[in-house]
Ligand binder design. Structure first.
Ligand SMILES: Cc1ncc(COP(=O)(O)O)c(C=O)c1O
Length: 442
């Protein structure tokens, strides 16, 4: 029987069809694997099975959006009941209020809510809200911080080494980003309160928003220090800017999100992924004072909010079922699985002798194929050979029955048990023993 990546596998045939209709053969970059992606047939619990019949432990969970794994019965039940009642309405529904109430109960800084269809959209709306509220055009963001696909939020996402300056300059992501846009984004290094203060004070009359992820994925999920979180809060208050926390991924870390875990005090919080229970979602939550920019009662809102499928009842019921299941005890359980994975992988690096490390927090981790200390964007960057080693490791793990990302990221689900993690660490150890060492680089 053919399996990925055999030439006669079903994945190969689907890829050939995909190439005819998609640039590059796929519709998003994340699932890319050399020489072609693994096409999925179905998921169940912690596992996904591909079109050739191979089951693998899914450590990606649609890039951190399925906190309970695939097809949790309670979520299927909630969605099935809603499907027969209708999937999308122009008029509001009770469940959109229920999910908003739930978010306000759990997140200390949330008084009001707006739903969107993706995290990217919610980030965009957060920035628009901050501009409208402050009357200022510019934002501040962390170098290497990923916040979705809004041009402003993408700035300096993958600044190449030969463009490192101090303080970091604004570097466009997609080719063709207008230079004028770059003038409205100031970039700061992560966990460096002093540089942040210098940059922010130097442009204080132009800055409407400070945007932060408390444990950015591109930075190996290194988390904010209390000093950095407090400094950004103080600076936002000092200059009259809106402090936006992107919790699209980090909300999974604590019942009250990363803001509870790390003591961050934002004005606005962006959510996404797990709050949609496996369906497309984004949300912006925050203080009534700032969120009033969306209110239409005084006439045209300062920021009109639209979105045909925003708060559609399928997403709402799936999100509510998901969060109802996600008790503090269950969060503690997957965070402990994360600790187990990090300990197991650290041991795997040690016993294999491969020069690497594992970083991360709670239920997410990142395999890093170098040994330099990781504390911000620049320190985590890989040489071409180190990146190639991670891609090869990913391929070996796929062949052994495990999905992680090509950048070494993994997001655990409540469907996993300790045995899954142990099997993964054993497979990683075996692979690391066979993986050629990349030339050491700075
Ligand atoms: C921290 C963060 N913010 C925003 C986004 C964008 O969310 P979406 O992919 O739903 O647009 C992502 C997606 O991975 C993310 O990781």
């Amino acid at each position: 029987m053919a399996i990925w990546p055999d030439e006669d596998s079903k994945s190969k045939r689907l890829y050939e069809r995909g190439r005819k209709v998609y640039p590059g053969g796929i519709t998003r970059l994340v699932p890319w694997l050399e020489p072609f992606p693994v096409y999925t047939k179905f998921g169940k619990g912690a596992y996904v099975t591909d079109v050739d019949g191979t089951a693998r432990l899914d450590l990606l969970n649609n890039f951190a959006s399925l906190i309970h794994g695939h097809c949790h019965p309670a979520i299927i039940d909630a969605v099935s009941k809603q499907l027969v009642l209708g999937t999308a309405f122009t008029n509001p529904t009770e469940v959109e209020i229920e999910l908003a109430e739930l978010l306000c109960d759990r997140i200390e800084s949330a008084e009001n809510v707006r739903f969107s269809n993706s995290g990217s959209e919610a980030v965009m709306s957060a920035i628009k809200a901050a501009r409208a509220y402050t009357g200022r055009p510019a934002i501040v963001k962390v170098e290497g911080g990923y916040h979705g696909s809004y041009d402003y939020a993408e700035v300096s996402l993958d600044t190449p080494r030969d463009q490192f300056t101090s303080p970091p300059k604004s570097v466009g992501y997609a080719v063709g980003v207008p230079d004028r846009l770059l003038e409205d984004v100031y970039v700061i290094p992560f966990n460096d309160p002093e540089t942040a203060a210098n940059v922010i004070r130097a442009h204080k009359d132009r800055i409407g928003a400070i945007l932060l992820d408390a444990a950015p994925s591109y930075l190996g999920f290194t988390h904010v220090t209390p000093e950095f979180a407090a400094k950004l809060r103080d600076l936002a208050t000092e200059i009259g800017a809106v402090f936006i926390l992107d919790e699209v991924i980090t909300f999974r870390l604590d019942h009250g999100g990363a803001q509870k875990k790390f003591g961050v005090k934002p004005d606005l919080t962006v959510l996404g992924k797990i709050i949609g229970g496996g369906f497309p979602v984004g949300a912006l939550v925050g203080s009534k004072e700032v969120m009033k920019v969306f209110d239409h009662h005084a006439g045209r809102p300062l920021v009109p909010w639209s979105g045909t499928f925003s708060a559609n009842p399928i997403t709402m019921v799936a999100g509510k079922a998901t969060l109802d299941l996600l008790t503090p005890e269950l969060i503690a359980h997957i965070n402990a699985l994360g600790d187990r994975a990090r300990a197991g992988l650290t041991a795997a690096f040690a016993s294999s002798g491969f020069p690497g490390q594992v970083t991360g927090v709670g239920s997410m981790f990142k395999i890093i194929t170098h040994q330099r200390p990781v504390y911000d964007y620049r320190s985590q960057t890989h040489t071409a050979a180190e990146s190639a080693a991670m891609v090869e490791l990913q391929r070996m793990l796929v062949l052994k029955g495990f999905h992680v990302s090509g950048a070494g990221m993994a997001f655990l689900s409540t469907a996993m048990v300790a045995e899954d993690i142990d099997k993964f660490c054993a497979a990683a150890e075996e692979s690391l023993c066979q993986l050629p060492h990349p030339a050491s680089g700075e």
